[in-house]
Each structure stands twice: as structure tokens, then as C-alpha cells.
Design a protein around this ligand. Structure first.
Ligand code: ADP
Ligand code: MG
Ligand code: MG
Length: 204
């Protein structure tokens, strides 16, 4: 059973913050190969600010809390990932005030988040971005799997690996053209890390 209200938000912020800090260098290394080597630092700066405001955020209703996390990321992260994750969380937060109590409600928030990233990034699946993890996970959960946590984790891991051969057509990596192939997308890796962290919290 999932913790409700402020305990859930506090746990989610803590888990995502921890995993981003633990993988900060790895995210920078991935971005060094096909970008500008700052993805770990960008994400860490954003989630440091979110963690610093954790008590204040956790006092808000669930939907408002997600929106506040989103606006914090937009304000604090310099790179492309800030506005993209920020828009995703703002849209997910606007999908309803109360914490989700069913998989259907989780999927509705994920769909809102994905649509926001597509719009803000003028992007879609296949461009070698975070969407190449976020969209397959959303689709897999939409099918109503028997074990949503295992499905989310497994789909995210496979989808991340599937970004390796892709040629980037959005973001900095697109400047490399064909040379972007052969590397994981850093934003796809951070999305996978966030999904895993959320699953850990939900699993308890
Ligand atoms: P920057 O590229 O500005 O340095 P980051 O390194 O923090 O920003 O984030 C890069 C990640 O952002 C990429 O790996 C990719 O997943 C994601 N990204 C970049 N542009 C887009 C876009 N237009 N649509 C979706 N995701 C994008
Ligand atoms: Mg970068
Ligand atoms: Mg940058």
C-alpha cells in the first residue's frame, strides 16, 4: 500500500533526488558522448532545489505538489531537460488534485506528462530523447499489466537500451547526426532512473 498525502510526496522527492545524485557522473558521461556533458549536473541542480523545498512542497495537495516540482525544475535547470521535465510535471500535476489511487489515474498523469514533453520539445518517439523511455512505459502501463511495477521497470530498461542505435534528431545530440548512434541518450537514462525510483517508493 502506498503512503498518502505528504508522506508520499516526501518519499518520491527523496528517492528521485537520491538516484539523480548517485548517477550524476554517469549522466554527465552519457551527455559527454553526444552532448555537452552537463546532464547530471543539470538534473542534480534541479532536484537539489526540489529537495530543499521538500517540506513546503509536501504540504501541498498532490497535484499542486507535482506542479511546484515542475516550476522549480524549470527555474533551476539551465539545460533543455529542465523545461522538458518541468513541463511534464506541471502537466501531470494539473491532471488532478488527489494522489492517484489506481493505475488508470497514474496513466492519465503520465499521458499528460508525455504530451507536454512532445509539445515543449516539438518532439516525438524515435528522436533519441527521454520520450523514447517515457512513451513506451506509458503505453505498457496503459495496457493494464498484471504487475505494473515490473512492467514499468522492464519496459524502461529495454526502451533505454533501444535508444543506443538511434540517430538523434532533437536536442544537442542531433548536431552529431549519424555519430549520435552507438550511445545511450542521457535523458532517456534519467527518465529510466526516475521511473525506477518511483517504482521503489510505490513498492514500499
Ligand atoms: P542540454 O542539452 O541543454 O545540455 P541536458 O543535457 O540537461 O540539456 O538534457 C539533454 C536531454 O534532454 C537529452 O538527452 C534528451 O533526452 C532531452 N531532450 C533534448 N531536447 C529534447 C527535445 N526536443 N524533446 C525531448 N527531449 C529532449
Ligand atoms: Mg547537456
Ligand atoms: Mg547544456
Amino acid at each position: 500500500e502506498v503512503a498518502s498525502g505528504d508522506a508520499l510526496v516526501t518519499a518520491l522527492i527523496g528517492a528521485v533526488h537520491d538516484t539523480i545524485l548517485a548517477h550524476r557522473d554517469e549522466l554527465c558521461d552519457l551527455d559527454r558522448a553526444i552532448g555537452d556533458a552537463d546532464h547530471g549536473h543539470n538534473m542534480a541542480r534541479g532536484f537539489e532545489a526540489v529537495a530543499a523545498a521538500s517540506d513546503e512542497i509536501a504540504a501541498l495537495p498532490f497535484g499542486k505538489a507535482l506542479q511546484k516540482i515542475g516550476t522549480t525544475l524549470v527555474m533551476k535547470v539551465g539545460g533543455a531537460s529542465g523545461p522538458l521535465y518541468g513541463s511534464a510535471l506541471m502537466a501531470a500535476g494539473k491532471a488532478g488534485e488527489d494522489a492517484p489511487t489506481s493505475l488508470v489515474e497514474v496513466v492519465a498523469r503520465l499521458e499528460a506528462a508525455v504530451d507536454a514533453v512532445k509539445q515543449r520539445g516539438k518532439s516525438d518517439v524515435g528522436a533519441k530523447t527521454m520520450l523514447d523511455v517515457l512513451v513506451p512505459v506509458t503505453e505498457a502501463l496503459k495496457a493494464g499489466p498484471a504487475d505494473p511495477l515490473a512492467t514499468a521497470r522492464g519496459t524502461a530498461a529495454e526502451a533505454l537500451e533501444a535508444t543506443r542505435p538511434m540517430v538523434a534528431t532533437k536536442g544537442r545530440a542531433a548536431f552529431l547526426g549519424e555519430r549520435s548512434a552507438g550511445h545511450l541518450d542521457p535523458g532517456a537514462r534519467s527518465s529510466e532512473l526516475i521511473i525506477d525510483a518511483v517504482c521503489d517508493v510505490v513498492e514500499g
